[in-house]
Design a protein around this ligand. Structure first.
Ligand code: 5GP
Ligand code: MN
Length: 326
């Protein structure tokens, strides 16, 4: 298996090469976009030619990220670069249309924190002990004397805050708080940024939550809670795909619930499964792997072929099997 490339060696590539493309996963979250932007800003500080892509560009809800204008959708015409950097992406195909947009890269760098990452790329640095890829980037920038501007600090803070559930999830360590403190010293305004992250949802998102709670189901002797979203309900509410991110947290927070599942009907006969666990004995990533997905032990996902009801039954029964052994 490919061993980790030390961050110092990755920093050397950033310093010595000139043309870079940076990318992250589809349905980007704060860690994916925060890392993409922070890396792009760092390389621009070094005077490099940088493109930064995400399959969806930057969704409106992330427009508070300073420097977000750097990120575009991948171009239709493939581009040659010296270095392609993939961040926070558990499997290569999750960069979506960014992959065919790279005609050639001399070096592919893969920096991530998913334990299931198959270590694709030429230079790989995977640290599953980091609760966010943003934490690894902080160690890279600070540890290797690379630029770390106020705008980069904001992006890294968002990456870490969102992926740790506001410094609550199990990967959060003293080091995470130390890094947060350093980012605050570098200029992050915690209250202002937190309001932008957590207190600025469109009303649509709450209307969606109201509809989703009507679908709430308890299975596995009430230890599993699940909700489902049909395309019809999403269309009726005018809900955008990004509106549902994080709504699963409401049902995970129920007393006695160990596992929370969210089923989203997608076009083309597919269902997106989002799975959360708050019990170390239930491995969400392993459950999702049964359906071709992956992720972290306590937060994972998959895209599954089939009709909504059929996928729901299959997944809930697999969860039941994992929880109760039946
Ligand atoms: P979410 O439920 O927020 O979409 O994703 C939770 C975690 O699972 C993320 O770390 C994400 O990378 C991973 N994940 C989500 N969907 C998929 C998928 O279809 N395949 C794989 N391999 N990982 C996924
Ligand atoms: Mn992440």
């Amino acid at each position: 298996m490919k061993t980790d490339t030390p961050l110092a060696e990755i920093a050397e590539v950033l310093r010595t090469r000139q043309r870079f493309a940076i990318m992250s996963h589809v349905r980007p979250d704060g860690d994916a976009l925060g890392c993409t932007i922070a890396m792009a800003l760092c390389l621009r500080q070094l005077g490099k030619d940088v493109v930064a892509w995400n399959e969806e560009g930057v969704l409106e809800k992330f427009h508070y990220l300073p420097g977000h204008e750097i990120v575009t959708q991948p171009p239709a015409e493939p581009q040659e670069v010296e270095v392609a950097i993939v961040l926070d992406t558990s499997v290569q195909d999750r960069i979506g249309r960014c992959l065919p947009a790279v005609k050639h890269a001399d070096v592919w760098i893969n920096i991530d924190h998913h334990v299931t990452n198959p270590r694709f790329g030429d230079l790989v640095h995977i640290d599953p002990s980091a609760p966010a890829t943003g934490q690894i980037l902080y160690e890279l920038f600070r540890g290797c004397d690379l630029p770390l501007t106020y705008e980069m600090a904001d992006n890294l803070y968002v990456a870490i805050s969102t992926d740790t559930g506001s410094f609550q999830y199990s990967g959060t360590t003293a080091r995470t708080y130390e890094i947060a403190a350093e980012l605050i010293r570098a200029g992050v305004n915690v209250a202002d940024l937190s309001r932008k992250m957590y207190e600025n949802y469109p009303r649509r998102r709450l209307e969606l939550l109201r509809a989703l709670l009507n679908t709430l189901r308890f299975t596995s002797a009430d230890r599993c809670a699940s909700i489902a979203l049909t395309q019809a309900v999403a269309a009726q509410l005018g809900a955008l795909p990004e509106d549902n991110e994080g709504l699963i947290d409401h049902i995970r927070a129920i007393q006695g619930v160990q596992v929370a599942a969210f089923f989203e009907e997608l076009p083309e006969g597919k269902v997106r499964l989002s799975l959360r666990s708050k019990d170390e004995r239930f491995n969400a990533s392993a459950l999702c792997a049964q359906f071709g997905g992956g992720g972290h032990p306590l937060a994972a996902g998959a895209r599954i072929n089939g009709a909504l009801a059929e996928v729901q039954e299959k997944v809930l029964s697999a969860i039941d099997h994992a929880i109760t052994g039946n």
